[in-house]
Design a protein. Structure first.
Length: 163
């Protein structure tokens, strides 16, 4: 019977578009700066290979993946300690994932010890996850701001006993 063809479809769309009021376009003034098209891409994590031994402190605002041996303190955004890696020193990061061995204090907003982790030292955290099989010797303390360097007071429990 009747069928639409492409000419009648595009004509109907154009007629509808003409009926809709057009929004005025605003011209950019000379003192306005154009917005960047996309945010900067995050650089990949720095990887310290398994044959690398570092004596000294490491500090970055980025991510570090340790596969070798570190004797010194580490401060980073995200720190991942690989299965064969050993860190002897204090670890401070927003996110800490331990698959290998850490001898020293661990401070982080989120700390995760996987099943292959071996930690000898205290852990100060906001949230913690310890998988079955992980080895841990030390104390665990929750703080609202664990990155503060130990100056923050521990979080009081929500329920207190009254005498």
């Amino acid at each position: 019977m009747f069928s639409k063809n492409r000419v009648s479809e595009t004509g109907a769309k154009n007629a509808e578009a003409e009926k809709k009021p057009q929004e005025p376009r605003q011209a950019m003034t000379t003192n306005e700066t154009p917005k960047p098209a996309a945010p900067k891409a995050k650089p990949p994590a720095s990887t310290l290979s398994s044959d690398l031994m570092v004596q000294g402190n490491l500090r970055t605002t980025g991510d570090i993946q340790v596969e070798g041996q570190i004797e010194g303190d580490i401060r980073a955004h995200l720190l991942t300690v690989g299965e064969g890696a050993t860190v002897k020193g204090e670890v401070v990061a927003d996110d800490v994932v331990v698959n290998g061995r850490v001898v020293g204090r661990v401070r982080g907003l989120k700390v995760r010890l996987t099943s292959t982790a071996r930690v000898e030292g205290d852990i100060i955290h906001k949230t913690i996850a310890i998988e079955s099989g992980a080895h841990f010797e030390g104390s665990v303390q929750r703080q609202e701001d664990p990155l503060n360097g130990g100056n923050a007071k521990p979080v009081k429990p929500a329920i207190e006993k009254q005498a």
